[in-house]
Design a binder for this molecule. Structure first.
Ligand code: HEC
Length: 253
């Protein structure tokens, strides 16, 4: 497993369906193609989607620019030719192998991001720990000695007071197994004061600037563990991933 170099990123426990997107197959196809090119190229070595790295997070670029034809052209040229001076600090390298049309699709994908796009695409807003027992037992949640096995649509702790739940130990541990069917780069994003471990290695810490990770993963079953520090208030835990073939984060099921 290779840990990629942008030093900071996000992840939250939920996966999304995007019904409104399915009505626009052409756009979805272009977004997928654009994202696939970025995944293959070096774009995520310097940028996270949510975390800053050597370059600004894509979400910050999307917040900074209106989606106008002029901005799409200007940013596409910048991706192709490289340069600096806007975000302070480093220069972006030039990208000789990307075609101008591809650069435009990529920039459109970047500008389509918005701060709560993950939540919009994952319309599940479950109360504290919704676990639907089923035979697949994909999620296991330990609350002291009680352990609940089942699959969770989402584990959200919105506005829940830790003190009102005396049975809960801190940190809360959630274990999960994922089946990776194809080797490749996968993204994980965690919201809430939590740490993510994959195959026993910590890949996301609980620092605010370390919320997201891109990992090269081999085929097979991988273990996933989230350790969540319950707060006195404002509890929120959410885990998203971005599997191969997708171009936006979705809730993990
Ligand atoms: C070597 C590190 C590096 C790589 C690789 C890289 N970038 Fe950048 N990128 C940067 C830096 C640094 C900036 C900020 C430049 C500035 O301040 O003008 C930036 C800025 C940007 C911007 C905003 C430009 C602006 O003027 O506001 C976009 C869009 C962008 N990158 C997209 C990409 C895409 C797409 C790829 C892959 C094809 C990519 N980057 C690869 C470092 C990188």
């Amino acid at each position: 497993m290779i840990r990629y170099g942008w030093i900071c990123l996000i992840f939250s426990l939920s996966f999304c369906q995007s019904p409104e997107r399915e009505k626009r197959p052409v756009r979805v196809k272009r977004e997928r193609e654009a994202f696939a090119i970025m995944r293959q190229d070096d774009c995520f070595i310097c940028h996270g989607i949510y975390d800053n790295g050597g370059g600004p997070a894509y979400i910050r670029i999307a917040e900074h620019y209106e989606t106008t034809n002029e901005n799409i052209r200007m940013l596409s040229r910048k991706v192709l030719e490289g340069g600096g001076g806007v975000w302070g600090g480093q220069q972006m390298v030039r990208h000789n192998f990307i075609k101008p049309g591809e650069a435009e699709s990529i920039v459109k994908w970047v500008l389509s991001l918005d701060a709560d796009s993950v939540e919009k695409r994952s319309p599940i807003n479950a109360p504290f720990v919704t676990i639907q027992p089923d035979s697949s037992q994909r999620f296991t949640l330990w609350l002291n000695d009680n352990h609940f096995a089942g699959s969770a649509e989402a584990v959200h702790f919105n506005d829940l007071s830790f003190r009102s739940l005396p049975t809960i130990t801190n940190p809360l541990t959630i274990k999960h197994q994922i089946m990776i069917e194809r080797r490749g780069k996968y993204f994980y994003k965690l919201a809430g004061k939590a740490r993510l471990y994959i195959d026993g290695n910590q890949v996301i810490s609980d620092r605010e600037d370390d919320r997201e990770i891109m990992l090269e993963m081999e085929e097979g079953i991988h273990t996933l563990r989230v350790e969540y520090e319950m707060q006195a208030k404002n509890n929120l835990l959410s885990l998203h991933w971005l599997p191969l073939g997708d171009s936006y984060y979705k809730l993990m099921k």
